[in-house]
Design a protein around this ligand. Structure first.
Ligand SMILES: Cc1cc2nc3c(=O)[nH]c(=O)nc-3n(C[C@H](O)[C@H](O)[C@H](O)COP(=O)(O)OP(=O)(O)OC[C@H]3O[C@@H](n4cnc5c(N)ncnc54)[C@H](O)[C@@H]3O)c2cc1C
Length: 508
């Protein structure tokens, strides 16, 4: 056993699944130690305690301010609290509202959750569904035939004893993180809502953060976890992201406008599919069954840059996808026009030439490595950032070490995050390359079918490679079965109680 032990108080209020027995291979831990870029990781709690004797850190624990209480900011706060830091999360929104549909929390993301807290992992499992033993992959957008499947989503966790990937609503994940934060912070005062950060000043002694309403707050470290249009990043990189024009200037437009919907639909394959991408001429359409009988869909529509959002998105989508598979058309029909969300899809190039750490300020998550959604890794990477940063800060022996430690954090994370950002972009470009070839489908099948599953296998293998815990696959089977049982029951009950008198839309 090489990893740090965390408190394991268990709260069973929220859970209907049992904990993973924790098995940690020393080989895994050594690999992680190398990934983290420092030694003595296994002793970090002891090193931290020794550090308390220096520099007054024992009488005054490091005070960390996190700008942004999204998924990355909240998870980082949990990691830092577990290490004994004083943490304040400043979140711009005045109230957390249910927003957005399901996201994939992949094996690496779940791995760091388990390494921080089994209780948090259970909270998350209790409101999600497993990808384990479901079918995911790419389908022909016109005929809906499967072209390639991503069997690696189950095969790699089974072979390497990793926690399996989950599908969870963004708001359920956010609620699980907030519940957990409240359970481990004595006064429930870590997250401050209605507290948008407008700027900061940094010195050798600390950081002074100014809020949009003029209030100020000081601390030892500022972490910018305020998303792709981060205010902290704008100041650190001297960028302006106020207008759409500015955004197009500092980020790269991927060539796609993204439309999305989350209707309740009785999809015939609802329980069998993890997620799938229908690819067809020019565009692609991603389908991901959610919970409670809902289905998330994303239409990636090739669109020239600076095209304004359309007034009647449902009509536009009907037209674009008129020749497509029945599943695609049914999902568009099942979605009310007013609920269709549209946005330009932008991502950022990896920050290879300029560090995202500066003195006592650093970035994490989307603020420094926003990643294309098609690789399903943005949240996992943000969680890894929080986990790695907390470990590194726990080894700080003196406040004067902070700037050096934040630079090490940048160096430790830049290669992995850049590779995964690159893979996300590559997938998107590959689809642009593949779709014009669909009319000669048999040639595609002959040349690419044997190759692509291997490429995807390597891609998943790399993404899942930072995972600090090991799980026996028979435990995964058992836990996935329990999660599925709950998922079936709540879905059937949601379909039965659909507000629409004719019941939810159905597909063949
Ligand atoms: C369509 C789509 C699908 C996706 N699917 C997946 C998926 O399947 N799997 C996956 O892992 N990832 C997915 N992602 C990516 C994932 O959502 C992000 O990578 C992840 O949410 C990043 O977390 P974050 O905390 O860095 O940023 P965010 O979640 O964006 O949080 C930023 C927070 O900062 C707050 N904020 C902003 N400015 C300020 C300010 N000045 N002061 C204070 N607070 C501020 C915001 O209100 C917000 O709460 C997807 C993204 C998109 C767009």
């Amino acid at each position: 056993m090489v990893l740090v032990q965390y408190p394991r108080q268990l709260c069973r209020r929220h859970v209907d699944v049992r904990r993973y027995p924790r098995k940690r291979s020393s080989a895994c831990s050594r690999g992680l130690e190398r990934n983290l870029g420092f030694r003595g990781y296994s002793k970090s709690r002891r090193v931290f305690c020794a550090a308390l004797e220096h520099d007054g850190i024992n009488t005054q624990p490091l005070e960390v301010i996190i700008a942004g209480g999204g998924l990355g900011g909240l998870f980082t706060a949990i990691c830092l609290l577990e290490k004994g830091f004083k943490v304040t999360v400043l979140e711009r929104t005045a109230e957390y509202k249910p927003l957005g549909g399901p996201i994939q929390l992949a094996s690496n993301g779940m791995g760091v959750v388990h390494a921080i807290s089994d209780e948090l992992a259970e909270r998350i499992q209790s409101v999600s569904r497993p990808f384990w033993s479901t079918r995911s992959g790419i389908r022909d957008g016109l005929t809906s035939k499967w072209m390639f499947t991503f069997d690696a989503i189950t095969e790699i966790p089974a072979a390497d004893n990793l926690p399996f990937s989950l599908c969870i609503d963004r708001s359920d994940l956010q609620a699980a993180l907030i519940d957990h934060l409240n359970s481990i912070s004595p006064h429930n005062d870590v997250v401050r809502l209605d507290s948008g950060v407008s700027r900061y000043e940094r010195s050798d002694e600390g950081v002074l953060v100014e809020l949009e309403d003029g209030r100020t707050l000081s601390g030892d470290i500022l972490i910018g976890a305020d998303g792709i249009w981060s205010t902290v990043r704008s100041q650190l990189f001297n960028e302006n992201c106020q207008s759409t024009q500015d955004k197009f200037a500092v980020a790269s437009y991927t060539g796609f406008k993204l439309y999305s919907g989350l209707p309740q639909v009785e999809l015939s394959e609802y329980f069998d599919i993890g997620y799938c991408a229908f690819i067809g001429p020019n565009h692609y359409f991603v389908v991901c069954p959610d919970r409670n009988g809902r289905v998330q869909w994303y239409a990636f529509v090739r669109t020239p840059p600076h095209t304004p959002n359309c007034e009647a998105p449902k009509e536009t989508l009907r037209e674009i996808f008129t020749e497509w598979a029945p599943e695609v058309k049914c999902l568009i029909e099942a979605t009310s026009a007013g609920s269709i969300v549209q946005r330009d899809l932008l991502d950022r190039a990896p920050s290879i030439t300029k560090s995202w750490a500066d003195g006592r300020v650093t970035l994490l998550g989307d603020s420094c490595h926003a990643t294309m959604p098609n690789i399903g890794q943005g949240t996992g990477l943000a969680f890894e950032d929080g986990y790695v940063l907390a470990h590194m800060l726990a080894a700080v022996q003196s406040r004067s070490d902070i700037p050096r430690t934040l630079q090490r954090f940048y160096r430790c994370r830049i290669i992995r995050t850049s590779i995964i950002q690159g893979l996300g972009r590559l997938n998107s470009e590959a689809i642009k390359f593949l779709t014009p070839l669909l009319p000669i489908r048999s040639v595609v099948d002959f040349f690419l079918s044997p190759l692509l599953p291997r490429i995807f296998f390597l891609q998943f293998k790399y993404c899942y490679s930072l995972c600090p815990i090991r799980v026996e696959s028979h435990d995964s089977v058992r836990i996935a079965a329990m999660m599925n049982e709950r998922h079936f029951a709540e879905t059937l009950s949601a379909w039965a109680g659909s507000e629409d008198s004719s019941g939810p839309h159905k597909t063949q």
